[in-house]
Design a protein around this ligand. Structure first.
Ligand code: URA
Length: 261
């Protein structure tokens, strides 16, 4: 395991905030290999060193989790002959060994992509039985009608006969052909195929949230932030469709600004 700052490690593995941790360190409550350490800047290797907080050994593994706002033209893979991959967008210091995109967005889709080196976390996020909700802001060629919303909520059948699980959808009252849709599964090109089955066409698809975790509105296309493992755990909790809808409506202009992307 690479060296990691002590304050970062503590904040990653406990429920204390980074600022709380400063105080905790100052109080002398943290020991590294039996020696009290007061500086959060100290670099440690949690695999080979024993770190204790109030005398208790820290547990859990440190993994890297990066949240990316994927632009168009990049594919969700670790390597590809034709396209640039989402890994090409990460700054050098975040390109740690074993990092991969947990889940896929099409090359022309944009938005929320989580990259991690934690296979277990990715599995819990993607396993079909987890049903972690994924929210997409979609621009359609024609408006989404109330009968389409009803069909989607009952579970739609795709052109090839594949049955989909019920999906929540709601058109954005203020923005003509935009709709927010929430899926609890991840079939190939699913959103595009669902709207095609309704005689419509997806022009833009932007993933805005997964579970209880949002893509920050101020994160530009192609930019990423490192997120704490414990925050990603929250992502696995189910989100609330109405909460996501309200947030999308409130912040809609920040998505429109980028529409040319
Ligand atoms: N559904 C699609 O059709 N495309 C994506 O990229 C994601 C979901």
């Amino acid at each position: 395991m690479a060296l990691i700052r002590l304050d970062k490690l503590l904040s990653n593995r406990t429920s204390h905030s980074r600022s709380d941790i400063k105080g905790i360190l100052k109080k002398g409550a943290v020991q590294v290999d039996g020696v009290t350490e007061c500086s959060g800047e100290r670099k440690v290797d949690p695999d080979t060193q024993e770190i204790t907080l109030y005398g208790k050994k820290l547990v859990g593994q440190t993994h890297v989790c990066v949240l990316l706002n994927k632009p168009q033209g990049y594919i969700c893979a670790t390597e590809d002959r034709m396209h640039k991959t989402v890994l090409d967008l990460l700054p050098k210091e975040l390109r740690v060994k074993g990092l991969f995109p947990a889940g896929r967005l099409d090359v022309d889709s944009t938005g929320f992509v989580l990259l991690t080196d934690d296979g277990d976390l990715a599995h819990r996020m993607l396993a079909p039985k987890s049903h972690v909700p994924k929210y997409y802001l979609v621009k359609l060629t024609r408006p989404c009608r109330s009968e389409d919303v009803k069909h989607l909520s009952e579970g739609i059948r795709l052109g090839d006969g594949t049955e989909c699980l019920p999906a929540e959808a709601k058109p954005l009252e203020t923005a003509g052909n935009y709709v927010l849709i929430c899926l609890h599964e991840g079939k190939y090109h699913q959103v595009k195929r669902m709207f095609a089955a309704l005689g419509n066409h997806v022009e833009r698809l932007h993933r805005v949230a997964v579970g209880g975790m949002f893509l920050p509105e101020n994160l530009a296309f192609g930019c990423c932030i490192e997120v704490l493992h414990k925050d990603v755990e929250n992502m696995l909790k189910s989100g609330d469709f109405d909460v996501v809808y309200e947030r999308i409506v409130t912040n809609f202009s920040s998505y429109l600004i980028n529409e040319g992307q």
